[in-house]
Design a binder for this molecule. Structure first.
Ligand SMILES: Nc1ncnc2c1ncn2[C@@H]1O[C@H](COP(=O)(O)OP(=O)(O)OP(=O)(O)O)[C@@H](O)[C@H]1O
Ligand SMILES: [Mg+2]
Length: 604
């Protein structure tokens, strides 16, 4: 007797549904996509019991004809594409004709619709069993209700989280969808309570900010909108200025043709764009929209359409990097209360014009003082100071300082590294560690505060450049790459060789990693995944390697350092040509004795 048999249609439908519908969140994603495709101007999502009990999406779009209702829930039935060619000219979210079919296999699905305002009809399919059509429904648009998800499949239901967690996932999907369509009014109702209401907006910046400020107390002024039109694609980006950042990449969200996607290369392009603006290990809040020619995009690779193949990925990557790099305001006003015997600023973070002072109160004060210079009266300046008196003596000193005749010489520019930095490991006295971040030492007539993590990172990276310690891998690591990366590597593998990373092409799109720098040991997999995705200029590749190799191995902020290690590190720091990371961010602060004395009102 034959061992192979055809599965019955209900079983095969449920297996197929498992690919598309994993949890309530997947239903929300599919129903919202359908409402958007229907041309709706208003979409409301309502869930009960975290979406496990009920999910309801109503829209005011074009609707479904009575005769099409039974078709809509059959497999591979769609109004959105007709030929293979259409798949490469997609302007809709849906294209497989599989979502409603899958949902109907694992729940009780009700679709009520009025086609272009005509008499409405309602159809119900309960776990693949269709009921008769009934002549009721909304006056316009479509209402889709999904009840009792997985009630017939206990094994699937057991995998669901608690309703509150499933509800949060539904909300996240709702917000992710609403982010891209500012011309649609979206509402989210949870257990009968209106939780989110997103009115129509004129521009994407406002919609993104409406959503970001739901969870965070952001000021819109802390974000900017950047846009660039290229031949085949447009980039739109809402992104935070340098004052706001977090320690992971999770708030860099990427969209391709209005669909949220997980595309590492796009996230990486944003991070590279910021390279020199944010401190190491800090990432922005960004929402990136790439609107690409549909012919160059393939979404038909992942059941939840979370992944995308972009034929022009390298070019898009490059343009995102350039856009941020060239357009993001990067100057942070810096204090300088003047008042010295010469024109040196009173207090200045070392080196470059981009600094990374983190204390918001201090930054705020500094901005006030700097703007005072441009025409505010002395009285106003004194008032600005008075707003935050720490003690009255301090206030008096500050007043004297700020009303001194030298005040006109306040400057807001930074001193360049060369003005105070000469490589020299000559004697310094190590004073200790502050905040488990700064190594504090006295050298000549100044105090130096050195960011231990960034400094170590720089030193490790220099060693990497000099290829002091390259290791051959006993077993080379093979990896596959996309065609664009393949072409990139064929021409640019030398960039990696400079850092002791040797890669060789084995076959079409197949490469192997044969040697790595010692400091990248245990990070081979990360390195491979970086190489698999990285395309860009030498500078961009260097920044990426810096993050993987040096940052991982370096002493962390928060590590306690013993005196010996601290002194050894400081010796190396004082030998550096330039105390900044490859992109110009400084990690040394210098406070001269004269400046410090002046700050406490001593002129001698
Ligand atoms: N809210 C709606 N308004 C109007 N028509 C709808 C709506 N929802 C579904 N439809 C119709 O039902 C069809 C089937 O929907 P379904 O979501 O199963 O497939 P799809 O959207 O075509 O493709 P995909 O499986 O990729 O989502 C759609 O092609 C569309 O014609
Ligand atoms: Mg669909």
């Amino acid at each position: 007797m034959s061992q192979i048999r055809r599965l019955d249609s209900r079983l095969s439908a449920r297996i197929a549904a498992g690919e598309v519908i994993e949890r309530p969140q997947s239903v929300v994603r599919e129903l919202l996509d359908n409402a958007v495709d229907a041309g709706a101007k208003e979409i409301t999502l309502s869930i009960r019991g975290g979406g496990i009990d009920e999910i309801l999406v109503s829209d005011d779009g074009g609707g479904i004809m009575k005769d099409d209702l039974p078709l809509a829930v059959t497999q591979y039935a769609t109004s959105k594409i007709a030929t293979l060619d259409d798949l490469y000219h997609l302007h809709t979210m849906g294209f497989r004709g599989e979502a409603l079919y899958s949902i109907s296999a694992v729940s009780r699905l009700t679709i009520a619709s009025s086609y272009e305002g005509q008499k409405p009809w309602t159809m119900t399919v309960d776990n693949m069993v269709a009921e008769d059509l009934v002549p009721i429904g909304p006056d316009r648009g479509t209402m889709v209700k999904v009840e009792n998800l997985f009630s017939h499949i206990p094994a699937r239901r057991a995998f669901l989280k608690r309703p509150s967690s499933e509800g949060t996932l539904c909300r996240n999907t709702f917000l992710a969808k609403a982010m891209a369509f500012e011309k649609i009014h979206f509402r989210f109702i949870q257990d009968g309570v209106l939780k989110v209401d997103l009115p129509v907006r004129n521009g994407i910046f406002d919609r993104v900010m409406d959503i970001l400020t739901l969870e965070e107390n952001f000021n819109r002024k802390e974000f900017v909108y950047l846009e660039k039109k290229c031949r085949d694609f447009t980039i739109r980006l809402v992104t935070s200025l340098s004052g706001i950042h977090r320690s992971d990449r999770s708030r860099i969200r990427t969209y391709v043709n209005d669909r949220p996607v997980d595309e590492y290369a796009l996230v990486q392009a944003v991070v590279y764009g910021y390279g020199e603006i944010l401190p190491g290990g800090a990432f922005p809040w960004s929402v990136l929209f790439v609107d690409d020619d549909p012919e160059l995009v393939d979404f038909n690779i992942h059941p939840a359409k979370r992944e995308v193949k972009l034929r022009n990925k390298a070019e898009i990557h490059h343009e995102i990097h350039q856009l941020i790099h060239s357009s993001l305001p990067r100057e942070i006003p810096t204090i300088s209360a003047g008042a010295g015997d010469d024109d040196q600023p009173l207090l200045e973070p070392a080196a470059r014009s981009t600094t990374s002072w983190q204390d918001p109160v201090f930054t705020h004060d500094r901005i006030k003082y700097a703007s005072g210079r441009q025409g505010t009266s002395h009285a106003q300046q004194a008032e600005a100071v008075a707003q935050k008196p720490r003690d009255s003596a301090w206030l008096e000193k500050a007043k004297t300082l700020f009303s001194s005749p030298k005040e006109e010489r306040h400057v807001t520019t930074s001193v360049s590294a060369q003005e105070f930095w000469k490589p020299d490991r000559a004697s310094f006295t190590y004073l200790g560690q502050a905040f488990r971040l700064f190594l504090v030492c006295q050298k000549d007539d100044a105090l130096y505060l050195v960011d231990q993590h960034a400094a170590h990172e720089r030193i490790l990276f220099n060693e990497l450049r000099q290829q002091r310690d390259v290791q051959r891998l006993l077993i080379p690591l093979e990896f596959e790459v996309d065609p664009d990366v393949d072409a990139f590597l064929a021409e640019n593998s030398y960039i990696y060789t400079q850092y002791g990373i040797t890669i060789a092409q084995k076959d079409d799109r197949l490469w192997e990693l044969t040697s790595i720098p010692h400091s990248a040991k245990e990070n081979e997999k990360k390195l491979v995944s970086f190489i698999q995705n990285a395309v860009g200029s030498e500078e961009e590749i260097e920044a990426g390697l810096y993050a993987i190799v040096a940052c991982k191995a370096a002493i962390k902020a928060g590590d306690t350092l013993d005196d010996q290690s601290a002194i050894a590190l400081l010796e190396k720091v004082f030998e550096l040509e330039d105390p900044s990371c490859p992109h110009g961010r400084t990690f040394v602060i210098r406070l001269s004795e004269k400046e410090l004395r002046l700050m406490v009102g001593r002129t001698k």
